[in-house]
Design a protein around this ligand. Structure first.
Ligand SMILES: NC(=O)c1ccc[n+]([C@@H]2O[C@H](COP(=O)([O-])OP(=O)(O)OC[C@H]3O[C@@H](n4cnc5c(N)ncnc54)[C@H](O)[C@@H]3O)[C@@H](O)[C@H]2O)c1
Length: 292
């Protein structure tokens, strides 16, 4: 079985920086790439702050933090990804963007490199077909926030090689995560179940059945969820929620997956949740305030 030593992460947003964080902490050398060097550096600054928080909470030592930071580099252009053993794409949840990234990076990667996507819902087999090396491609789907959440879903495309799958399993195990294996269907397991529930919570708000607070409190105290569905939607990012619902709707061709018009409106307004400071809650002050 091939061994992974270096990891390239494309996309330094919430997920890409989380994946880079846990990979560096587990001993892998990591190059983090985004649309600009500035964005990649911002991702590393966010990782440094999160590592500090882990040191303060006594989850890791200061030496672990320093060693992880020393393994992280902000990539200045795709050329910095040429030598990676594993490339994990964690850019915006849009198929054209992901396809363009693979077209850009595939020609410069080593032939034996493994290619993975962190997509929440897009077909692994279809994305793999845009790489020219479908047998070395798979889905490695992390949960948000990556350093905290224990699960990783592994998704095999129709052409994924067994050895590639086994090497990827060993990588996930080394990160200290628990994995489940999902077939390549829209939303895989977690989002096939979770996202229709979030979408239904947004319909419940849209139809005036309850306020933001009532809906979140109902599910927290009535269903024992650690976080209400609207808080969770803001946390995931409303653009990501909408993209996943669109993939479920298109891929499963059932009207029960129709994205709620209110979700569409929030995304059109640029109210994407925590990452933009406003979604179903406003995050400008000390405490989140419902926006409806
Ligand atoms: N947010 C979640 O809860 C969650 C959970 C699991 C998986 N995912 C998946 O992870 C991926 C990223 O989601 P996120 O929440 O981190 O989004 P995000 O908006 O926080 O980050 C996306 C990043 O991708 C970068 N990007 C866009 N185009 C790029 C390009 N051409 N080259 C390099 N970088 C580019 C953006 O600049 C941004 O920094 C998506 O596929 C999403 O579905 C998200």
């Amino acid at each position: 079985m091939a061994e992974i030593r270096t990891v390239g992460v494309v996309g330094a947003g919430q997920m890409g920086s989380g994946i880079a964080h846990v990979s560096a902490l587990a001993g892998f050398d990591v190059a983090l790439y985004d649309v600009s060097l500035e964005q990649a550096k911002q991702g590393i600054a966010k990782i440094a702050a999160n590592l500090d928080r882990q040191v303060a909470g006594e989850k890791i030592t200061a030496a672990d933090r320093d060693a992880a930071l020393a393994r992280l580099t902000a990539a200045d252009g795709v050329g910095a990804l040429a030598d990676v053993d594993l490339l994990i794409e964690a850019a915006t949840e849009k198929e054209e963007i992901k396809r363009r990234i693979f077209q850009q990076v595939c020609p410069i990667l080593k032939p034996e490199a493994i290619l993975a996507t962190n997509t929440s819902s897009i077909s692994i087999t279809r994305l793999a077909s845009s790489t020219g090396r479908a047998e070395r491609f798979l889905g490695i789907h992390f949960m948000n926030p990556v350093p905290v959440m224990k699960l990783v879903e592994l998704v095999r495309g129709i052409a994924t090689d067994d050895g590639v799958f086994e090497t990827s399993k060993a990588f996930v195990t080394k990160l200290g995560k628990t994995m489940t294996i999902s077939e390549d269907f829209p939303g895989f397991i977690v989002n096939r179940i979770l996202m229709p529930m979030i979408n239904e919570a947004i319909y419940t708000l849209h139809e005036g059945v309850g306020s933001v607070e009532s809906i979140d409190t109902s599910m927290k105290l009535g269903a024992n969820h650690p976080m209400g569905p609207l808080t969770l939607a803001d946390f995931i990012g409303l653009d990501t929620c909408l993209s996943i619902m669109q993939v479920l709707h298109d891929g499963l061709a059932d009207s029960k997956y129709r994205p709620c018009p209110l979700l569409v409106k929030y995304v059109e307004a640029g109210w994407l949740g925590r990452k933009t400071g406003r979604g179903f809650y406003d995050y400008c002050g000390e405490m989140p305030v419902p926006t409806r």
